[in-house]
Design a protein around this ligand. Sequence first.
Ligand code: HEM
Length: 489
Amino acid sequence: MATTMNPLSTLANGQPSGDPGSAQELRYGNTNGGLVALSDVQLVEVLAHFARERIPERTVHAKAAGAFGEFEVLADISDLTDADFLTGVGKKTKLLTRISTVGGEKGSSDTVRDVRGWATKFYTAEGVHDFVFNDLPVFFIRDPIKFPSMNRSHKKNPRTNTADAAMFWDYHVNNPEGIHALMHLFGQRGIPASLRNINGFSVHTYSLNRADGSYVYVKWHYRPDEGIKTMDGDTALRLAGTDPDYLTKDLFNAIEKGDFPTWSVYIQVIKPEEVENAPVDIFDDTYTWPFDKYPLRLVGRITLNKNPDNYFQDIEQACFSPSNMVPGIGPSADPVLQARMFSYPDAQRYRVGPNYFQLPPNRPHNAVYAPYVRDGPSTMNGNYGGDPDYIRSELRPVRLSNRSQTPMPGKLSGHTTAFSTSVTDKDFVQARELWEIICNEPNGKKQFLHSIIPTIKDLPSTLQKRVIDYLGRVDQGLKEALQQGVSSQ
Ligand code: HEM
């Protein structure tokens, strides 16, 4: 029975409602029929709002789980950066994280073989810093313009609207730089057993810098303290049908019962003077850096400890972007990273609206004074009252920072030219090293073949041969196993 403690039912404008389950009708005798009145504000409001309650899905990474948590500094890296949230052992920073699949729609299954995206928003004293990472260490592309093409080839055929292995492989054999990422994808880590047991990788090289102008290049790594746990393809296939939100539930339930997942955060470091003679191109996101030469250095710990109270508000409307950076951290000459710095805010202005920074998950926790970013749909931050909306005003002078974000370190010079990367045998070296690791894992080779052969066996014969030749550039033994696998199916 409702008491005065229960909320009074109202319409959106606050006027009390007598019955939120009724419509105003001119009744047709004693039947259930009648004429509905257009003046029924409550009915019109409920129906009209329902038709508008979706915002556009993310074009990629639409399906996800999300949670709040904290980051704690565990080791001193003040020799490399003076980023406030990374300075001071023991310092804690609140964060929001979202872990997604890439290709599927918002309603798709959790347990598909796919990269897991992992975006984290740190609410630091110097602004919001986002790390928008993946759970595999390398990426399929290194020429930013290929991103839409690559993703479309992983999604649905434009005619049949069904997943299409021929498109997938047609893209990859003709854009072969993705071989290293493909070997990871079809390896054991292509399907996690739990989102609590995945790695996180920056994939790109970032920079760390200090006020004195010094800087280094880094790759970021998150490692789950409870270790990596993967799922075999057959279990994943079953769960995809019977329990498509399996991994989302697993994360939610663990946090709900206080079993908080944690990750240790590390960096690999390269000094600017080492770049030229580094064994790999550090601005190419298809390569990892060898651990023996560039060991992991501990930075801190991530703990997820709170589920969102409302998924739509806090996770669907969350806007993560590699462009959200704070002083002490910067990008590098990786062109894919730079393209991403444009693409995410662009997507979010469309998907959520130009004032997305004012919404709860995106709002910085420090003071913001950006009066040149104002007006627009649904502004709700006071909109800077009567403050000047133009720069260099003497009526309302602003204080300036002598420690703003460093755009990109290093000196670039030359001519602007049309450029796209080309592929050489060197691009197969790390893929081959990974294949050797896979072959040494218990069941590694068997599992790899079991997951990749079904994607190849029904391809048109010319494409099938191209795919097998392509994977054969990794290893002759792999080629023979694939030839045998497709002919015996
Ligand atoms: C040229 C390359 C890339 C482009 C243009 C691109 C673009 C995008 C776009 C437009 C979104 C949707 C954003 C939104 O609607 O809020 C997105 C999501 C995402 N991307 Fe990328 N991406 C690229 C490469 C990468 C790479 C290399 C990584 C990982 C290292 C990555 C990780 C993610 C993640 C984790 C999300 C989901 C963010 C969230 O949870 O909201 N992307 N990407």
